[in-house]
Design a binder for this molecule. Structure first.
Ligand SMILES: [Zn+2]
Length: 255
């Protein structure tokens, strides 16, 4: 009887330790976590990641960089991408894009893609119907000559049905894109945190989010993080591509 009780106690404690360890490991692994949480998030559907055929020789992840282009860091970011044969989708704000057309040309000439991040980085949920339309249209007009503009990321990732409806209908017909590999890089200044999570937790079909801005040295951090994670991901069999390139080989998933 005592032996049975002891046995049960050991088993239940072991089980608890296993469950706890599993939760901790997966909690720090943002990609896994957001793959679970994504379907539970209520609200308008957005693309978080892609489903890639398992038989492909390589794994694929899309790299997306928000808030640029900045004078201070964009060229360094482009250099690191070129050194690692990676391409990206740049979600630019209209306010930054209109000041730096030469940088937009450099981005596109290097094989990357431009997408809409509204005119300023004010949470898209706060915009009225007229403001949302104007913000999207102004930014669209600044980048539409460079490539077909297919994707929008709401500013601060914050949006509601009003913004989603405007972005998804004529004349924009955008796909709303969030991402599943987001390490709070615009808040956490410790590069090692982002290096660890992105290099370890990126999954086949992940959409990685980083930022380019002189504000709080975000662009400088992105340059550092990319220098670390791109070779690591390559060693794990990944090709890092723009959203459009990801959509060519994998199926972008909305939820
Ligand atoms: Zn932003």
């Amino acid at each position: 009887m005592i032996r049975q009780l002891l046995c049960r106690l050991v088993v239940s404690n072991t089980l608890r330790v296993c469950v706890f360890t599993y939760i901790v490991i997966n909690t720090i692994s943002c990609a896994h976590l957001s793959r679970w949480i994504g379907p539970l998030i209520k609200g308008e559907p957005a693309i978080f990641n892609a489903s890639c055929p398992a038989q492909l020789e390589k794994k694929y992840a899309a790299l997306t960089i928000d808030d640029g282009p900045s004078d201070e860091h964009m060229r360094n970011i482009l250099k690191v991408l070129a050194e690692n044969q990676a391409t990206a989708t740049f979600f630019v704000t209209g306010a930054e894009a209109e000041k730096r057309r030469a940088l937009l040309i450099d981005i596109v000439n290097a094989g990357h893609e431009l997408a809409n991040h509204t005119y300023t980085d004010i949470a898209s949920k706060k915009l009225s119907v007229e403001e949302a339309r104007a913000s999207l249209a102004q930014t669209h007009a600044l980048i539409e000559d460079f490539n077909p503009v297919r994707y929008v990321r709401p500013a601060k990732g914050s949006y509601g049905k009003v913004f989603a409806d405007i972005a998804g209908s004529e004349p924009f017909n955008y796909e709303l894109v969030l991402g599943d590999m987001y390490t709070l890089d615009h808040l956490i200044e410790w590069s090692a945190w982002h290096n660890f999570l992105i290099s370890r937790s990126t999954l086949n079909g992940s959409v990685i989010i980083l930022h380019d801005s002189a504000d709080r040295r975000r662009g400088e951090r992105t340059t550092k993080v990319l220098s670390y994670v791109l070779p690591k991901l390559k060693r794990r069999g990944f090709e890092i591509v723009s959203l459009n390139a990801l959509a060519e080989v994998c199926e972008l998933r909305k939820r």
